[in-house]
Write a protein that binds this ligand. Structure first.
Ligand code: TYD
Length: 213
């Protein structure tokens, strides 16, 4: 059996991650590659319950460390119930957001420290780091404009943050790109959809031939 490959997709709000990730999964499936598309918390009941608490706009009193711990807890549950079994079956796992979201949002933008948040996530995920991370880069103002034009999208507690917060998130991702340069690939998400998709698709193909040579 072929080895599973763990790929994560990251980026600020409105970068178009969820549209592109679906196109990527469809393309792989059409090529006969066994793929699992998921997102945190990815339909895992316990993790969904945790997510409801984190993203509830009424929970304005939530402490930043509580938020980081809850994301790590939801991540752990999703990983053991869904991601690990799929990798063990040899699938390519495409996961919309993972540890780097916590490092950029809680570690850098909330100011908890990337190192501290990395440490609690190590407890949650052990050695299960992604082999490839596609980072969809977009100016936060442009991204937020896109989601406000996207009718029907729920507005969650993090969307309600200030533009400064979202700029810090992007800055956090830039720091991660330097730190994890071997697995991070940045993609310009302000380009037309088809171009973003093509660029992302090439990175995935390169990863597949690297890990399955
Ligand atoms: P979601 O509706 O999934 O947003 P998106 O479509 O942008 O991925 O909401 C997830 C929100 O939670 C989003 O604002 C990013 C934030 N988040 C963190 O702050 N830390 C994390 O570890 C994760 C996974 C998400």
């Amino acid at each position: 059996m072929e080895d599973g490959i763990f790929i994560t997709i990251e980026g600020p709000e409105g970068a178009g991650k969820s549209t592109i990730i679906k196109m990527l999964a469809d393309q792989l499936a059409e090529e006969g590659i066994s793929v699992m598309l998921t997102r945190e918390p990815g339909g895992i009941e316990i993790a969904e319950q945790i997510r409801t608490i984190i993203l509830n706009p009424a929970n304005t009193a939530m402490d930043a460390r509580t938020e980081a711990l809850l994301y790590a807890a939801a991540r752990r549950q999703h990983l053991v119930e869904k991601v690990k079994p799929a990798l063990e079956e040899g699938k390519i796992v495409l996961c919309d957001r993972f540890i780097d979201s916590s490092l950029a949002y809680q570690g850098h933008a909330r100011g908890l420290g990337i190192e501290e948040v990395y440490n609690i996530n190590q407890f949650a995920i052990g050695h299960m780091m992604p082999q490839l991370t596609l980072y969809f880069d977009i100016d936060p103002e442009e991204g937020l404009k896109r989601i406000s034009n996207h009718k029907g999208r729920e507005i969650n507690r993090l969307d309600m943050e200030t533009i400064e917060f979202h700029c810090k998130v992007r800055e956090g991702y830039y720091l991660l790109m330097e730190r994890f340069s071997e697995r991070f690939k940045s993609i310009d998400a302000s380009a037309p959809l088809e171009e973003v998709f093509q660029n992302a698709s090439e990175e995935i193909k390169a990863a597949v031939s690297k890990w399955r040579k």
